[in-house]
Design a protein around this ligand. Structure first.
Ligand code: UDP
Ligand code: MG
Length: 317
């Protein structure tokens, strides 16, 4: 990037797509504008990753890719999930810079130009930070905020609040990211883990252009649990502490009972306390075995070392 060397950069834009037939055409139009806008400085390729869509998404993408060779498509054999779709796009792209953006236009594509300009000043990661979230329910905003707080408490890596997967990364970061092959992926935590010079770019998050969210409550809870369990072993530490605390309470109770027996005439209260404490503490034990089990399940999943995703079709690659 020394002023005397003129160089044309390649920017790859990765777009995960799952049942977005009503968004794709408009998303393409806006991204194509960005491409034209940047044409004097950089070449832009669009990497659509079809995550096993069941609607016409792939058909529309295929038609677009026939005319425009800068559109590349990877189509999965089935739905593998948002985070894996992003990963596949990053894996396949060759850009000097790689941007990731959702297909629903909640994140304005035009910002990629700005991200690129910032990256040119020597920044390796430019991540979008939401100033507001138009059209999202109070419930989603609150749960999201609680989730990020909890996550940051649990994790050793600082994960910036209000960020999603909208970001631009340099080739250096992408190559580092590609070495992380874990199955339970939480990309917005993995990138901060990598380090490198990162800068936030604030923006207003729009409403979805069309269609409905592909993250219903159940998927959201799964995403959140996954993030915590695959990013931190703190739940195990907390379990240990809870265990220690319980033992302490038990010992205190025992000493108190001994005191009553030896030094007073008060009869030691009987069955109710006994029954309640048995129920309570077996509950705690079962719960904690469950926590440990979750980690074992993750070890099991990782050790099988199955491929992260399967590609059924690639176009223009
Ligand atoms: N997506 C995907 N696979 C999935 C779910 C979602 O590739 O299993 C894509 C989806 O098409 C969109 C992006 O991931 O481009 C984010 O999904 P969505 O907008 O539904 O999530 P939200 O913004 O509501 O959290
Ligand atoms: Mg969205």
């Amino acid at each position: 990037m020394n002023g005397n060397v003129m160089r044309n950069f390649l920017i790859s834009i990765v777009i995960p797509v799952f049942n977005e037939e009503d968004c794709i055409a408009e998303t393409f139009r806006r991204l194509n504008n960005v491409r034209l806008q940047l044409s004097s400085e950089a070449e832009v390729e669009l990497f659509f990753v079809d995550d096993g869509s069941k609607d016409n998404s792939l058909i529309i993408l295929r038609q677009m890719a026939e005319i425009n060779k800068f559109i590349k498509i990877i189509s999965f054999s089935r739905n593998f999930g948002h985070q894996i779709a992003i990963t596949a796009g990053i894996d396949a792209s060759h850009g000097d810079f790689v941007a990731v953006i959702d297909a629903d236009l909640q994140d304005p594509p035009e910002l990629i130009t700005e991200m690129f300009r910032i990256a040119l000043t020597g920044v390796d990661v430019v991540y979008g930070k939401r100033k507001s979230r138009a059209g999202e329910t109070f419930f989603k905003k609150t749960t999201a905020s609680v989730f990020y707080r909890l996550l940051n408490y649990m994790c050793d890596v600082e994960i910036p609040t209000d960020t999603g997967d909208f970001r631009l990364m340099s080739r250096k970061v992408v190559n580092a990211f590609k070495q992380m092959r874990e199955r339970h992926r939480f990309v917005r935590g993995m990138v901060p883990w990598l380090g490198f010079r990162s800068v936030a770019l604030e923006y207003e998050r729009d409403e979805r252009f069309a269609g409905v969210t592909k993250y219903p409550l159940k998927k959201m809870i799964l995403f959140a649990t996954n993030a915590i369990l695959s990013f931190s072993s703190k739940p195990l530490t907390l379990a240990l502490r809870l265990g220690a605390f319980t033992i302490f309470i038990g010992l205190m109770g025992g000493l108190y009972a001994l005191y009553l027996k030896l030094f007073t005439n008060i009869p030691i209260p009987g069955f109710t306390a006994l029954l309640l404490s048995i129920i309570l503490f077996s509950g705690i034990q079962i719960f904690l075995i469950g926590v440990v089990g979750e980690y074992i399940a993750r070890i099991f999943e990782e050790i099988k070392a199955r491929p992260l995703y399967l590609i059924a079709e690639s176009i223009n690659i």
